[in-house]
Design a protein around this ligand. Structure first.
Ligand SMILES: [Zn+2]
Length: 150
């Protein structure tokens, strides 16, 4: 079946938008069953950190990564993107990738109020859903007031 291009088609396909924790859990279970390597290239955490991350995701917990520099915190976090669906629908033209069933930005809410389920959707990949913002203790404020990483 071709991908939905409108909210109406999305509803017709019975697509369900999952909260991100449920989406990650679903894909983690699938990858564990398929004995897929979850964190390729990360060595030495197979009996400690990785089972804790798996348990946290399976039980729907929030996760905080604490550790010294060089302990693969960033690599582990980046690898979590692999637990997202390959593509998810968002309202086409939305700056914040609104959920087609429950938009929160004014522009999308207005469009849905005016055009209903005829509003277009587009599909985005995991890398388009999240971006990385590094915030370490060596973050400084420049004389102009803007912040930059060192
Ligand atoms: Zn929007």
């Amino acid at each position: 079946m071709p991908q939905a291009t409108t909210i109406a088609q999305l509803r017709q396909s019975e697509y369900r938008v999952l909260p991100v924790k449920e989406e990650m859990r679903k894909n983690l279970v699938r990858k564990i069953k398929a004995t897929e390597e979850l964190f390729p290239g990360i060595i030495g955490y197979e009996g400690s950190v990785i089972p804790q991350i798996e348990n946290a995701i399976l039980s729907g917990q929030d996760i905080v990564f604490l550790g010294e520099r060089g302990q693969a915190k960033s690599r582990l976090i980046r690898a979590l993107v692999n637990l997202l669906d390959d593509e998810v629908p968002v309202i086409d033209g939305c700056e914040i990738n609104d959920n087609p069933y429950a938009p929160i930005c004014r522009a999308c809410r207005d469009r849905v109020a005016l055009h209903g389920d005829a509003v277009g959707v587009r599909w985005i990949a995991p890398d388009d859903r999240y971006s990385e913002k590094l915030a370490t203790p060596d973050f400084r404020t420049s004389p102009s007031g803007s912040r930059s990483a060192c």
